[in-house]
Design a binder for this molecule. Structure first.
Ligand code: NAG
Ligand code: NAG
Ligand code: NAG
Ligand code: NAG
Ligand code: NAG
Ligand code: NAG
Ligand code: NAG
Ligand code: NAG
Ligand code: NAG
Length: 311
């Protein structure tokens, strides 16, 4: 994919010798409306602790601070503090004992977090929610300095020619801010099929673990999850997970590790029932299912009876 993109760019712009070569996506259309909309929506539906304690944010101001982080700027070389103002404008309290980090399991982690109801991932907090999935960068050919859909913005992927992308700086700043905001017990969901599972170059390892606050974060529960069954202790005892345990121990953070925990598997198997790991789950629940149906029928019959006697 990466090579295809480079090749296409080269073909189109082969007149310009120093054509940029990076992995990326078309800039998101209607970026301003979408950012302001996300900001409004977050405050209406997602904001934790709304009452008097968290003040309402001015979403036009949030957009100004977000876009000034990259407008007119070289998309491959932005300063690492370019989103400082944006982070300050969107930062808020993260509920204690609910924060969840993840790696290589975007969909499952967010299905499980359930928009902050069950757990709170970075993308369930305002700084992350506003920009999640959007592609954005600077462009000098527009009046506002913001790229339109006809421009490819670099992704978080870094290369020699694009070593400090807008997206990487954004997600790095947001990750550091999130790690500094979490308190109490934290959760981590990692993809079992990666090797090593706790990757050296992951955001979690590079920016989040180092910025957890010693004395404030007390315990970390790691879920190692995948579509295949895991022999007990096999991955929780693997070398990279022991490194994670050691990194956490340096901050006096207690450690627990679970492989394919049932509540996570219920969600994985609901979405992907053919996954290998799911056959054992269906097997054990078949007998209780018929019992449940029987009770449900009894309940419905009873309710109908009760209603009919009222009217
Ligand atoms: C990447 O940068 C190097 C030098 O910095 C240059 O020689 C090379 O042509 C660039 N490659 C692309 C694809 O732009
Ligand atoms: C919201 O922010 C914008 C941009 O900074 C500003 O022009 C506007 O006056 C602000 N609105 C309120 C109600 O403070
Ligand atoms: C816009 O122009 C400025 C000044 O020449 C330059 O530093 C910057 O990299 C350019 N931005 C883009 C997106 O090309
Ligand atoms: C940002 O850059 C400065 C100066 O190069 C450096 O001291 C600082 O550690 C960097 N911060 C991050 C989060 O990388
Ligand atoms: C609300 O947020 C404040 C900090 O902004 C925190 O001290 C307080 O405990 C939070 N309340 C609830 C109910 O989460
Ligand atoms: C783990 O990563 C693999 C390879 O990228 C992917 O196919 C799989 O769906 C991921 N598992 C989960 C639970 O997201
Ligand atoms: C992209 O589209 C915008 C407006 O639609 C235009 O101003 C700009 O020149 C275009 N850029 C390129 C590189 O075609
Ligand atoms: C990962 O980092 C550790 C220590 O920071 C180092 O010893 C190890 O060689 C690195 N592994 C890889 C694959 O780069
Ligand atoms: C306050 C603090 O510890 N910040 C650190 C967050 O992580 C980055 C990347 O490891 C460090 O550069 C910061 O010093």
């Amino acid at each position: 994919m990466w090579f295809t993109k480079c090749f296409q760019l080269f073909l189109i712009t082969n007149v310009i010798a120093a054509a940029p070569c990076f992995q990326g996506n078309h800039a998101t259309a209607e970026l301003r409306s979408r950012v302001i909309g996300r900001c409004l929506e977050f405050q209406a539906n997602m904001m934790f602790n709304v009452s008097c304690e968290e003040k309402t944010r001015n979403c036009t101001d949030v957009w100004e601070k977000f876009s000034s982080g990259f407008a007119f700027k070289d998309p491959c070389n932005v300063k690492n503090d370019t989103f400082r103002e944006y982070i300050m404008a969107t930062n808020h309290y993260v509920p204690k004992d609910k924060a969840m980090f993840w790696g290589g399991v975007y969909n499952l982690a967010h299905r499980y977090s359930n928009r902050g109801q069950s757990k709170v991932t970075l993308e369930d907090t305002m700084p992350g929610y506003v920009a999640d999935g959007l592609s954005f960068c600077g462009d000098n050919s527009t009046s506002d300095g913001i790229a339109r859909e006809n421009i490819t913005c670099p992704s978080t992927f870094l290369s020699a020619n694009c070593s400090s992308t807008v997206s990487s700086v954004f997600w790095t700043s947001a990750s550091i801010n999130f790690a500094k905001s979490v308190t109490g017990e934290i959760f981590v969901m990692l993809n079992a099929s990666r090797n090593p599972i706790y990757r050296n170059n992951s955001y979690f390892r590079m920016y989040e673990v180092p910025n957890l606050t010693k004395g404030t974060v007390t315990k970390a529960t790691v879920y190692i999850v995948g579509e295949s069954p895991i022999s007990k202790g096999n991955l929780c005892g693997s070398e990279s997970i022991l490194e994670l345990k050691a990194n956490l121990a340096e901050k006096d953070i207690a450690f627990e590790c679970q492989e394919n925990p049932r509540d996570v598997m219920n969600i994985l198997c609901g979405d992907n029932p053919r996954a290998d790991v799911c056959s054992s789950i269906w097997k054990t629940s078949r007998s209780s299912r018929s019992k449940m149906n029987y009770h449900a029928l009894l309940y419905i019959a009873f309710s109908v009876f009760t209603f009919s006697t009222w009217f």
